[in-house]
Design a protein around this ligand. Structure first.
Ligand code: ADP
Ligand code: MG
Length: 383
C-alpha cells in the first residue's frame, strides 16, 4: 500500500483504536494547463492530475449512532447525528464531507478520516479532491458504484450548496477521471472528455505557489460568473440563438460597446481557442507553441478577465525571463494561488530557485514550488 494510504490507516488507528474494515480512497488535485473561467461558460479546458491527493479512510461507525469525522490536516474532529447537520459554517472542511454523505447516504453512520498533501486553497483543487475521495469511499461503503460523471456532478452540487462556491465541473471531473501521464481535454458543454497523452521527456511542469490567499477570491469568482451571465444576455438581445458564451463569436464582441462585458466575452472566446490550440501542441509535443499559449492566457486573464494580481504577474513575467522557460501563467480563480510554468527538462529546480529568490526579495514571502510528476489516479483500496 503506498505511503500516504498507509499513513491514513495509521492515523485512523490512532484516532479510533484500530482500523479494522477500513477502506481508503484517494483523489488527486489538479493543474489546468489552459482554459480558465471557461468551464462555467460551457467551454473547453485542458487540466491534468497531480501526484498529490486527498485520502479518505472510512468505515461504518462502530457505535452505530453517530457520524465521526476527523481532519488530520486541521487536527480537528466533528461528530453529529445522521438526522442533523453538523454545526459548521459553509466551506468548513466537514461541510464538504457532510454534503457528500447527504447526497450518497451510507447504510449507517460512519467514521471518516481525511488527510491530504494537496495544498489547501492554492487553486490546485483540494476541495474537489476531497469531494471525490469522499465519494469513492461512500461508493465502497454503499457497495454500489457511481459513474464518474455522476460523482463529479454530485461533488459540484455539494460545493455549490454547502461551500457557497459556484464552481464549474472541471475540477471534479479531472480529479475523478484524470489519467496518469495524460492531460484531459474536456468539453464542458457536452461533458465529453478525451485523454491526451503527454510525451514529457523534453519538459517539466512546475507549479509555483505565491502563498497569496485573498478573501475576495470567492466573491470575485461569483461576481465573474454573474458578469458572464449578463454578457450573455447582452448578446441574446440581438442574437437569441446564442445559448452560452461558448458559442459567441468575435463579431459579437465587436458589436458590443467597450465595456466590462465585452472584455469578459473576449477572454472566454480567446481562451477556448487557446485550449484547442494547446491540445494540438501537446499532441505534437510542440512545447514552444504551448509556452506561448500559456503567456497569452495570462495576458488575457490579466487584461480582459481582470483576475490577476501584482504577485501573479510578477511570478509569470519573472519566470518567462529565465532560460529554459517556454511560458508561464496564473492559474485558477485568481487574486493569488499558483502559476504553472512550462520548463525545459532538467531546468525545473533552477527555475524554481531563481523565481523563489526574486519573489522573496520583493514580497518578503517565500513561495513554494512543486515539479509535477505523471499524476496519481483516483481509486480505492480495501486493505
Ligand atoms: P482549493 O480547492 O483550490 O484547494 P478551496 O478553497 O476550494 O481551495 O478548498 C479548500 C478547502 O477544502 C479547505 O479550506 C478545506 O475546507 C477543504 N479541504 C481540502 N483538502 C482537505 C483536507 N486534506 N482536509 C480537510 N479539508 C480539506
Ligand atoms: Mg476548490
Amino acid at each position: 500500500m503506498p505511503d500516504m494510504e498507509q499513513a491514513a490507516k495509521e492515523a485512523f488507528t490512532k484516532w479510533r483504536g484500530d482500523a479494522d474494515r477500513v477502506i481508503v480512497a484517494r483523489a488527486p488535485g489538479r493543474v489546468n494547463l489552459v482554459g480558465d473561467h471557461t468551464d462555467y461558460n460551457d467551454g473547453l479546458v485542458l487540466p491534468m492530475i497531480l501526484d498529490r491527493a486527498v485520502y479518505v479512510a472510512a468505515r461504518l461507525s462502530l457505535d452505530g449512532r453517530t457520524h465521526h469525522l476527523w481532519s488530520e490536516n486541521y487536527r480537528e474532529g466533528v461528530t453529529y447525528s445522521p438526522e442533523q447537520w453538523p454545526r459548521v459554517r459553509p466551506g468548513h472542511w466537514a461541510s464538504y464531507i457532510a454534503g457528500m454523505i447527504q447526497e450518497l447516504p451510507p447504510p449507517g453512520p460512519i467514521e471518516l478520516l481525511v488527510m491530504g498533501n494537496v495544498p489547501l486553497g492554492a487553486g490546485l483543487s483540494s476541495s474537489a479532491a476531497l469531494e471525490m475521495a469522499t465519494g469513492l469511499a461512500l461508493e465502497a461503503l454503499r457497495g454500489k458504484s457511481v459513474p464518474p460523471l455522476d460523482l463529479a456532478q454530485i461533488g459540484q452540487r455539494v460545493e455549490h450548496r454547502y461551500a457557497g462556491v459556484k464552481c464549474g465541473i472541471m475540477d471534479q471531473i479531472v480529479s475523478r477521471a484524470g489519467r496518469t501521464g495524460h492531460a484531459l481535454f474536456l468539453d464542458c458543454h457536452t461533458l465529453k472528455w478525451e485523454h491526451i497523452p503527454i510525451r514529457s521527456e523534453g519538459i517539466q511542469f512546475l507549479v509555483i505557489d505565491s502563498r497569496v490567499r485573498r478573501q475576495l477570491a470567492t466573491s470575485k469568482y461569483n461576481e465573474r460568473r454573474a458578469e458572464c451571465q449578463k454578457a450573455l444576455q447582452c448578446i441574446q438581445a440581438s442574437d437569441a440563438a446564442i445559448t452560452s458564451l461558448r458559442y459567441a463569436g468575435t463579431h459579437h464582441v465587436d458589436e458590443l460597446k467597450e465595456s466590462v462585458f465585452q472584455r469578459r466575452i473576449r477572454h472566454v472566446i480567446s481562451e477556448n481557442k487557446r485550449v484547442e490550440e494547446a491540445c494540438s501542441a501537446v499532441i505534437r509535443s510542440d512545447w514552444s507553441t504551448l509556452g506561448r499559449i500559456l503567456s497569452l492566457s495570462h495576458e488575457s486573464l490579466r487584461e480582459d478577465y481582470e483576475v490577476s494580481c501584482e504577485e501573479m504577474d510578477f511570478l509569470a513575467a519573472y519566470a518567462e525571463s529565465l532560460p529554459g522557460v517556454f511560458g508561464a501563467r496564473m492559474m485558477g480563480g485568481g487574486f493569488g494561488g499558483c502559476t504553472i510554468n512550462l520548463v525545459r527538462s532538467g531546468d525545473g529546480s533552477a527555475v524554481a530557485a531563481s523565481v523563489t529568490a526574486a519573489y522573496e526579495g520583493k514580497y518578503k514571502q517565500k513561495p513554494t514550488s512543486h515539479i509535477i510528476g505523471t499524476g496519481l489516479e483516483a481509486g480505492c483500496s480495501y486493505d
